[in-house]
Design a protein. Structure first.
Length: 170
């Protein structure tokens, strides 16, 4: 006689990309600190949200995941549009959600927004030793164009600057 096997239905994890709001900022700062990004802090993100230009700030909300542990934000991205250039300032994903395509989806969405707003190029800096991010950006069409010596602190590290063409010049 074979033992009966219970078919347990678990709700599928869902990720929703949405505009960041001030209600997200405590979790955004928590992710920033966990990711060891150059510190912006709550006040800087809040000021960016209140800026006169439409902010390009997205969060990845997660539901139905035991990994969420009461958190609703799995990752975020912050960018700014200036003179036809999309500058990506910060991208971070909670440690427990890395490797699941969340950073890629956030990047894809922000690049699409930049393109819709007529940006012709995207620009970013990343730590020279951040091979995971470097791979993500290359797959998204970014190419290295320079290096900034000792750009980051804590620990001190060079930055690699990268650009991606979003659309041809008019």
């Amino acid at each position: 006689m074979q033992p009966s096997v219970a078919n347990i239905q678990r709700p599928k994890r869902q990720i929703t990309i949405a505009n960041m709001s001030e209600h997200d900022l405590l979790e955004v700062v928590e992710i920033e600190e966990q990711s060891r990004l150059s510190r912006w802090g709550w006040a800087a993100y809040y000021a960016e949200l209140q800026g006169i230009n439409r902010p390009l700030m997205l969060v990845a909300r997660i539901t139905n995941s035991p990994l969420a542990r009461g958190n609703s934000i799995a990752g975020y991205i912050v960018a700014r549009l200036s003179a036809g250039e999309l500058h990506i300032n910060n991208v971070a994903v909670r440690t427990e959600f890395r490797g699941q395509g969340i950073g890629k989806e956030l990047l894809t969405r922000i690049l699409a927004q930049g393109k819709n707003l007529k940006a012709t190029v995207a620009f970013l800096e990343l730590r020279a030793g951040n091979t995971v991010a470097h791979s993500l950006y290359e797959k998204a069409g970014f190419v290295p164009v320079g290096k900034r010596r000792n750009y980051y602190s804590d620990p001190v590290e060079d930055a690699v600057t990268m650009t991606a063409q979003l659309q041809g010049s008019a």
